[in-house]
Design a protein around this ligand. Structure first.
Ligand SMILES: Nc1ncnc2c1ncn2[C@@H]1O[C@H](COP(=O)(O)OP(=O)(O)O)[C@@H](O)[C@H]1O
Ligand SMILES: [Mg+2]
Length: 304
């Protein structure tokens, strides 16, 4: 192998183009460290004292968060609080100015991109895909990290199960750009599920979804945690978080305001302050998780 190729390899670690080129040239694929199953309660990823500025604006200020196997953690907070930035820090897309991120107990940078993709799947807030891939193509992309491993044999069955899980099997042959916003979001989530990773990192997966599919997505998250996985999910609906999350991290202005079980963190007083709007926490008449909603006094609603 030429020296140039070795250098390019290390800079583009995990890129499928370079790994296929390497396979073509050397006849082998560098072996990746395969993930092992985590026990409930094991820390799968964490940020410690994360600090980050973007274009001179501080967006994360000493943020620490821990994500454990068997747990759904919701990231909450008003627009601009730093939720997507924190996910970006956890994925490594946004390199930190200070603090650290660990994945399976080792620094983020000690893993190759393929090894990371075997451990966690990421649903970004914005999905840009203008090339006319079908939904099936998009979901099949989720299997890329397992190429060349024994798990490749399960591709077809995993892709079918992932399409079914997010209720998009009927859209498999449709071109992705032609789908509605909510349909796109569900296909994108199916891709993430097809990756079959222990950790799911989902940025506003429910933002474009109708009521039924919002519940479905959080139920998928719960089942994933119940089967030993871990989920970190950004949602705006505080009622969804209170019903489905084990732990919530409430953020504002780049800081963690509160962290803990939903019932402890999501109080009317704290939420009213953080959202700068009066919020009510109401007991669910059917005995479910509390209902959290804006306080709409007659005075707050302009006349019709
Ligand atoms: N590239 C950037 N340059 C400057 N500020 C940015 C940049 N990206 C994001 N921000 C700012 O960082 C803050 C946090 O953004 P973000 O993490 O996306 O918030 P959230 O996901 O909680 O709505 C916001 O005020 C946003 O405007
Ligand atoms: Mg965001």
């Amino acid at each position: 192998m030429s020296r140039t190729l070795v250098e390019l390899d290390s800079r583009h670690e995990g890129s499928s183009f370079w790994s296929s080129l390497r396979t073509a040239v050397t006849g082998r694929r560098r072996s990746s460290r395969l993930p092992s199953a985590a026990a409930a309660g094991d820390v799968v990823t964490e940020a410690r004292g994360a600090t980050l500025s973007l274009d001179g604006t501080p967006v994360l200020r000493d943020v620490s968060v821990t994500v454990r196997a068997g747990e759904v953690r919701a990231l909450l907070g008003p627009n601009g609080a730093g939720k997507s930035s924190l996910l970006g820090a956890l994925t490594g897309d946004l390199p930190l100015d200070g603090g650290s991120v660990l994945v399976d107990g080792s620094p983020l940078r000690s893993w190759t991109a393929t090894e990371l993709a075997m451990r966690r799947a990421v649903l970004m807030q914005q999905i840009h895909l203008s090339f006319p891939f079908t939904s099936l193509d998009v979901v099949q992309m989720g299997r890329a990290p397992w190429r060349g491993t024994p798990l490749e044999e399960t591709n077809e069955e995993v892709v079918a199960a992932s399409l079914a899980a997010t209720d998009v099997s009927h859209l498999a042959d449709r071109h992705f750009p032609s789908l509605s916003g909510g349909e796109k979001a569900r296909v994108a989530l199916a891709r993430v599920l097809a990756q079959r990773t222990g950790l799911l990192m989902l940025d506003e997966p429910t933002a474009a979804l109708d009521l039924k599919h919002q519940e479905l997505v959080l139920q998928i998250a719960r089942r994933h945690a119940a089967s030993g996985g871990a989920v970190v999910v950004v949602v705006h609906d505080l009622g969804l978080a209170s019903a489905y999350a084990d732990q919530v991290t409430l953020m504002a202005r780049g800081r963690v305001v509160a962290d803990g079980a939903p019932a402890e963190v999501l109080t009317a007083e704290r939420l009213s302050e953080v959202y700068d709007y009066p919020v009510e926490v109401v007991e669910h008449p059917g005995g479910g998780a509390p209902i959290i909603l804006p306080a709409r006094s007659a005075a707050a609603v302009p006349p019709r």
